[in-house]
Design a binder for this molecule. Structure first.
Ligand code: NAP
Ligand code: GDP
Length: 339
């Protein structure tokens, strides 16, 4: 049966992939967009769904706006993907981040509770909540220890979702998603920063890729796999919390090396700490260097998830390997720079 699905943050990476999944399944997709002077729907265009979605002004800071949208749209499911999603920026804009990423979730839950508590709800929680990890690997039972205003705000979003499920019987699920990337990832995130900068360098740019902590480890999957997991959570008879992860962890340095290999370089690392550089053995050129400007005031050093609950209950697992992900991102950035 075709349903009406409301996705906040539809212009972001996950919003675009989720919109495509829902449209391909025959549903009517309404997307929430915050007001700005320019409409940037390049991700929806890239997936060929820009003309299939209905867009609405939806600002997570405005309770009345959220209430009116949900009243008018009357969706059967709401996916809350909107957020100030960049950890680095959350140190400079902690209050804004808290308002959107923590209170924004509560505003939506309150609107749903008032309009129709049967509307199913998905909250985009994050592995950043594990922060300074208290267990390896991390699963749904691992205590949180967030290390950024972003992580702290998301912990509120996570627990308020759980609270509305328990207090009011709402079908409110929280997906604790480990990092997921794609050619549609924002360029401020380290994976896409690497692939897009290397693509510009290949086309003749004389810039050097400047990065922060190369020792941090992340569990990276492909966004397409992860939106499938979100969808499955809202299909279950009862709502719950689930970790989605690949179970494989990799340093930033290794991601950089894989991407450099995909561009045909022969990467060699020299130096340590703030003096570390990556050079191409053949040309001798320094391709990347560390710049402490990109260090964070407090860092999440190691993330690796255990998605066995999602595997057992949802039949979910990540299909795309890190090597496939790197190849897809490199190919896409090469193509886009060539056109
Ligand atoms: P994204 O590309 O940054 O997309 C977030 C979207 O939220 C953007 O379209 C943004 O609008 C919108 N937004 C920001 N502030 C808003 C506000 N005040 N009102 C309404 N909309 C607002 O993020 P993503 O990678 O798709 O991630 C989707 C969600 O999953 C986020 O909540 C993120 O925190 C969470 N998450 C992501 C990952 C990951 O690895 N990607 C992992 C765990 C959890 P603009 O387009 O105008 O900027
Ligand atoms: P996050 O896991 O949500 O913070 O995703 P990011 O892609 O922003 O960062 C992943 C890791 O890469 C973090 O440990 C960062 O400190 C590290 N990192 C190293 N250099 C950079 C950089 O230049 N930009 C970003 N965004 N992260 C970097």
């Amino acid at each position: 049966m075709p349903e009406t699905i409301l996705i906040t943050g539809i212009l972001g990476q996950d919003g675009a992939y989720l919109a495509k999944l829902a449209i391909d399944a025959g549903h009517h997709v309404v997307g929430g967009v915050r007001r700005s002077s320019t409409m940037n729907d390049w991700r929806l265009q890239a997936l060929g769904v820009a003309r299939d979605v209905e867009l609405l002004d939806l600002e997570l800071l405005e309770e009345s706006n959220i209430y009116n949208c949900i009243s008018v749209v009357r969706p059967s499911r709401v996916f809350n993907l909107a957020a100030q999603s960049f950890v680095g920026a959350s140190f400079n804009q902690p209050l804004f981040t808290a308002n959107v990423d923590a209170l924004g979730v509560l505003r939506i839950l309150e609107a749903i509770r008032a309009i129709d508590p049967k509307i199913r709800f998905y909250q985009a929680s994050t592995s950043e909540m594990f922060g300074k990890v208290l267990a390896v690997p991390q699963n749904e039972e691992t205590p949180f220890y967030p290390r950024s205003p972003y992580g702290v705000a998301k912990v509120f979003g996570h627990f308020i979702t759980k609270n509305y499920r328990e207090a009011y019987g709402m079908h409110a699920s929280s997906g604790i998603l480990f990092n997921h990337e794609s050619p549609l990832r924002g360029e401020e995130f380290v994976t896409r920063k690497i692939t897009s900068t290397l693509a510009r360098i290949e086309r003749g740019s004389d810039e050097t890729l400047e990065l922060g902590n190369l020792d941090a480890k992340r569990d990276w999957g492909h966004a397409r796999d992860y939106v499938r997991g979100m969808w499955l959570m809202t299909e279950q008879e009862t709502a719950d919390d689930y970790v989605l992860a690949t179970g494989v962890t990799t340093t930033i340095r290794r991601f950089l090396e894989l991407a450099a290999n995909a561009f045909g370089y022969h990467p060699e690392f020299e130096g340590a700490g703030v003096s570390e550089v990556m050079r191409d053995r053949n040309s001798g050129r320094i391709i990347a260097r560390v710049n402490p400007k990109y260090y964070r005031p407090s860092e999440v050093e190691l993330l690796v998830g255990d998605a066995s609950k999602a595997a057992a209950a949802l039949g979910w697992s990540a299909n795309v390997t890190l090597e496939q992900l790197v190849d897809e991102m490199v190919a896409a950035d090469r193509r886009s720079i060539a056109t």
